[in-house]
Ligand binder design. Sequence first.
Ligand code: GUN
Length: 297
Amino acid sequence: MTAKLISGTEVARQIREELKEETDRLKEKFNVTPGLVTILVGQNPASMSYVTAKQKTSKELGFHSVQDNQPETISEGDLLALIEKYNRDPQIHGILVQLPLPKHINETKVLYAIDPKKDVDGFHPVNVGKLMIGEADYLPCTPAGIQQLLIRSGVKTDGAEVVVVGRSNIVGKPIANILIQKQKGANATVTVCHTGTKEMAFHTRRAEILIVAAGKPNAVTADMVKEGAVVIDVGVNRIGMTPEGKAKLCGDVDFEAVKEKASLITPVPGGVGPMTITMLMLNTVKAAKLAAGIPAV
Ligand code: GUN
């Protein structure tokens, strides 16, 4: 079997079109413009490219968008004060602090400082807790994007055997939590594998839907995949430069071999990546509506 590609680029384009219409409606009918601030500390090249892409998309949708660049040397106290300023700013509905942060800043403290109502990343413990109990306002962006890719590609999750490789707070744990909920686009049986797992291939070979967020190239090879599985590759590994001087990317899955076994597979780039940014925009529109008391449609 040769897999069909799930194009995150295309699904993200569709959702962004819907969001543009919704943003225009909010402006015209309610005089509300969704506002997003992205805070970047230092000059990590990957973080800079993510934040630039987030800003570009938010501008295309017509948001009030602010990029706040801070030096690597900013103190923890000053960063917390900056977050507090945006917590109080009524034009800002979503606050995103790009991770990772420099070593001298306590990431947990920073995430706790963001007003949960403006936490469009879905990383604040209040929002993590709400997700656990099926009451989420904001799903974290990458897992939310994965769920949308499955739904919009017609993949049935109800009763499906899902295996997640990786247990990060940003992807592995939240996607597992999303997919076990008794809700539409979920209700799956989920196994989470991690560095403590004894027989990784034993688990991955059982997966009807295999979600790989391991953070290393070739973490999943063809012998680890069930014939006909749906494979979602969340990895973004920089493996050199293209002749045009852009970063050359690969995922965590041995794409060429695994695509001969899977029924559906996401490419890297052009798979999960574009969805993450789009779900951030969706959360920001939602935050603006919640702040203004506008019901979800
Ligand atoms: N760094 C890598 N992924 C993310 C993300 O989804 N949000 C933030 N804030 N930082 C990240």
